[in-house]
Design a protein around this ligand. Structure first.
Ligand SMILES: Cc1ncc(COP(=O)(O)O)c(C=O)c1O
Length: 379
């Protein structure tokens, strides 16, 4: 640190330069984040000092959080006091870690606990394995890249405390058979966590015949991320348990705060994320989100049709607004798209394909430009 501070103008100039080196989302086709909604930004800046780690000092923000949980509960068919059964996390990773931590705390009777999840599960679950004594077992996928139920069943033993299913996989946007996983969880009397970090703000706004939430008896917790498709600000994640008691077993005694218990993984916690999520959900409402999702799905269709004209198929028929383009030498094409045309796309692991997430910042015109460059890159 320098001895004497710089002026405000000097600092702002440095920040401007740093920001100009960042990538703007216009050519980012690889991210599950996007520009937050204007009202979310406004709300965020108004609550910038609010710390939900010490909620007794911020009863107003705390009340907003209860209301957000109520809205999540309604969206996810929660039946039992959602406002007492979760919190706003920093994102999908924290929610997933905490869901598993709750299972572990609830089943202290099992010392060598294991949890079974699809091979397609987000890498946040590998962090759980690394942090805890829990063994993570990966079930194989079927031809459509959904978790294979026989494989899940074959991995269950007397130390299995829970299952995980994904409603909108990170790489392919595929939907696991949560209904069947729920039946299996009930049969075996174990937990079922549904990771709907991405799908949670997409599926409810589409016409899909698909059950994945607390409507299903076996679902015991869910991850749902406002900082992805809900257009809230980073860091806004959501975690909701079926029963307040599953949430309560995350309790840690806090000796010197305004409340004497804390449930979150982080200590200091952003009230700005709470306010921004509240603001954007209240502002957009169901109709607003239906429009966001239907616009993304129509751009998704445009991409698939355009790719088809170039002779490029998709690994699976896209279910959500995530497309995996089956191009030969995907890694090379990705490099060309970036080096020669400035497009950021990512690559799926197995099979290797060009992964494109159609977030709200991607418009029809973006896809037209992208397809032209893709045509050059595959030559
Ligand atoms: C299905 C799923 N779960 C969890 C996460 C982790 O979310 P975050 O990056 O907000 O921690 C992601 C992120 O892409 C995801 O797609």
């Amino acid at each position: 640190m320098e001895e004497n501070g710089k002026t405000k103008e000097e600092i702002l100039a440095i920040l401007k330069k740093a920001k100009s080196a960042d990538t703007s989302y216009e050519r980012v086709l690889s991210s599950m984040c996007t520009y937050p909604h204007e009202i979310a930004v406004l709300a965020h800046t108004q609550f910038i000092e609010s710390n939900m780690g010490d909620p007794g000092l911020f009863p107003g923000t705390f009340d907003l959080e209860r209301q957000v949980l109520g809205m999540f509960g309604e969206m996810l068919h929660h039946k039992n006091s959602p406002e007492k059964a979760g919190y706003i996390t920093t994102g999908g990773t924290e929610s997933n870690i905490q869901a598993i931590r709750s299972m572990k705390n609830f089943r202290r009777d099992i010392s060598k606990a294991n949890i079974i999840m699809p091979q397609s599960a987000h890498f946040s679950f590998d962090k759980v394995a690394n942090l805890s004594e829990i063994e993570i077992r990966k079930a194989s996928l079927d031809d459509l890249l959904k978790v294979d139920l026989d494989s899940v069943r074959s991995l269950i033993d007397e130390n299995t405390i829970g299952l995980v299913g994904i409603a909108g996989t990170t790489e392919f946007g595929q939907l696991d058979p949560i209904n069947e996983l729920s039946e299996l969880a009930i049969e075996k009397d174990i937990f079922l966590h549904v990771d709907a970090a991405f799908g949670g703000f997409v599926i409810p706004f589409m016409d899909l015949d698909y059950s994945y939430d607390f409507k299903l008896e076996g679902v015991t917790s869910m991850t749902i991320d406002p900082h992805k498709m809900a257009l809230s600000t980073i860091p806004s994640g959501g975690l909701l348990f079926k029963e307040p008691e599953y949430f309560e077993c995350l309790e840690i005694h806090t000796p010197y705060l305004s409340v004497n218990k804390q449930y979150s993984l982080t200590g200091t916690r952003s009230g700005a994320a709470v306010a921004s999520t509240y603001a954007v959900m209240k502002h957009l409402g169901r109709e607003g989100y239906k429009k966001v999702v239907s616009d993304c799905m129509s751009v998704t269709k445009k991409l698939v049709e355009g790719a088809d004209k170039l002779g490029i198929g998709t690994v699976i028929d896209p279910v959500l607004n995530i497309v995996a383009l089956d191009v030969p030498e995907a890694d090379l094409v990705r490099k060309k798209l970036l080096d020669e045309h400035g497009w950021h796309v990512s690559i799926t692991r197995d099979p290797r394909a060009l992964r494109i997430v159609i977030m709200p910042h991607i418009k029809n015109e973006t896809i037209e430009l992208f397809l032209k460059d893709l045509e050059k890159a595959i030559k």
